[in-house]
Design a protein around this ligand. Structure first.
Ligand code: CTP
Length: 420
């Protein structure tokens, strides 16, 4: 399984937590060492972080680590005299936009489920008036224990967001469910928590990345698309509450959590995967309501591709490649009698507005998103021009994650009500 930390993989542009004040609660599990990395990543995403630890957590990592990383004093004791009125539990939660407890041990989850308030962090959670998110981390037997499962269900019923756990290798040497989500996954989950659920109940199907058209078993034709915009959009749609299916050409990007990914190589495979999803969505998915074609699909494939490696002969005997046109996936989807609401992207080198409008009409889609400037491939930022039946509107240069969120809002606004 692909996962964060796998060498050679790139992360999709992060959603931000600008201006958010997060209380990071750390409880006494071995995953506490990852909470230090989490504190850093939360700040990288724009948040300010106030660490609060349980006494048991300080057995694993010292408060000094969090103090150094966050630049703030770390609180452990509910009788801490550093807060003027000695009401740390009120003072610390009052200013928080969210409390994230990571790792959350089985013991701490049990405490929360029963509303116990016998240390500073537990008291803070009971006294809060902001969202509470917990990232369980424990041995798989502890996770599967009926009492833990009961407690987790109680937390969910109380409106607490339970993030994970993931399955995998555990510090105790066993393998199974109970690993804490990786720090970057937790940042994403937290950022998604603040996003309005404008696409709740919708299923969004996207294409992203380049395609690869073989010449022979070791050579092929591709393009410079990194997939970053499509993956950022998949993540933003998921954060906005949609179910998301992402048909991805070859890219090393990590799949955003919660997104169903189908890997393909060629334009024909991408076409077939898209049509199959429209014809027969997975059992737990509604039919796609929105199709967003972000992929840079090869317009042609090699008709006379060889199934053996072509050998180099002399300079006058060069391989002769013949091309055949690939299916236009977007146009084919838009033509279907049961077409979802379609969004196209456009890469144009000149006359962006006129060419974009013509492309929108030719493909028969309600919204076309044109990349402003050619050098967008592989970059982390972009500038977009939205073209619909009423004219055009610019989304100024910003990070791809930010643009993706703005685009989701534009799509949600235009989307006809479900079933209409
Ligand atoms: N597209 C597609 N299938 C293709 C070609 C393009 O689904 N075979 C989609 C792209 O994902 C994008 C839109 O169509 O959403 C426009 O792609 P673009 O490459 O800008 O335009 P083309 O249709 O290929 O036309 P041209 O290259 O001539 O500009």
């Amino acid at each position: 399984m692909r996962g964060p930390g796998t060498p050679g993989l790139c992360y999709t542009a992060r959603m931000n937590l600008d201006g958010k004040h997060i209380v990071l609660g750390v409880t006494g599990g071995v995953a506490a060492y990852k909470a230090a990395e989490l504190a850093r990543e939360l700040q990288r995403a724009g948040a300010t972080v106030q660490a609060v630890m349980t006494a048991a957590a300080t057995r694993f990592v010292t408060p000094v680590t969090f103090q150094a990383l966050t630049g703030r004093p770390v609180y452990v004791d509910q009788w801490d005299a550093r807060i003027d009125d000695n009401m740390a539990h009120i003072e610390l939660s009052r200013r928080a936009d969210a409390i994230l407890v990571a790792p959350a041990t089985a013991d701490f989850i049990a405490k929360l489920a029963h509303g116990l308030a016998d240390d500073l962090l537990a008291t803070l959670c009971v006294a809060r008036d902001c969202p509470l998110l917990v990232a369980p981390a424990m041995n798989r037997q502890m996770w599967l224990h009926p009492a833990t499962q009961r407690n987790v269900a109680q937390l969910a019923a109380d409106g607490v967001a339970v993030l994970g756990p993931a399955s995998g290798e555990q510090a105790c040497g066993e393998t199974g469910l109970g690993r804490m989500l990786e720090p970057l996954e937790l940042v994403d989950e937290l950022a998604a928590h603040f996003v309005p659920k404008a696409l709740a109940g919708r299923h969004v199907l996207l294409t992203a990345g380049p395609t690869y058209e073989p010449i022979d078993p070791v050579r092929g034709i591709t393009n410079l698309s990194s997939g970053k915009m499509g993956f950022a959009l998949a993540r933003a749609c998921s954060a906005a509450g949609a179910q998301v299916t992402l048909v991805a050409g070859p890219t090393a990007l990590v799949t955003p959590r919660g997104v169903r990914r189908i890997d393909v190589r060629t334009a024909q495979q991408m076409h077939d995967a898209v049509m199959a999803t429209l014809d027969a969505p997975a059992a737990d998915e509604p039919r796609p309501d929105v199709f967003v074609a972000v992929a840079a699909v090869a317009d042609w494939r090699v008709a006379n591709a060889s199934d053996r490696k072509l050998k180099k002969r002399d300079a006058h005997d060069l391989p002769q490649l013949e091309f055949v046109q690939n299916p236009d996936i977007l146009a084919a989807v838009a033509r279907r009698p049961d077409a979802p609401w379609c969004v196209g992207f456009a890469a144009e080198s000149e006359d962006l507005e006129a060419n974009g409008a013509a492309k929108r009409a030719a493909k028969g889609v309600p919204l076309l998103v044109a990349n402003i400037g050619h050098a967008t491939f592989g970059r982390d930022d972009n500038e977009l021009l939205l073209i619909d039946a009423h004219g055009s509107r610019r989304l100024p240069r910003a990070g791809k994650a930010e643009l993706a969120q703005a685009l989701v809002a534009e799509i949600a606004q235009r989307l006809p009500p479900r079933g209409s």
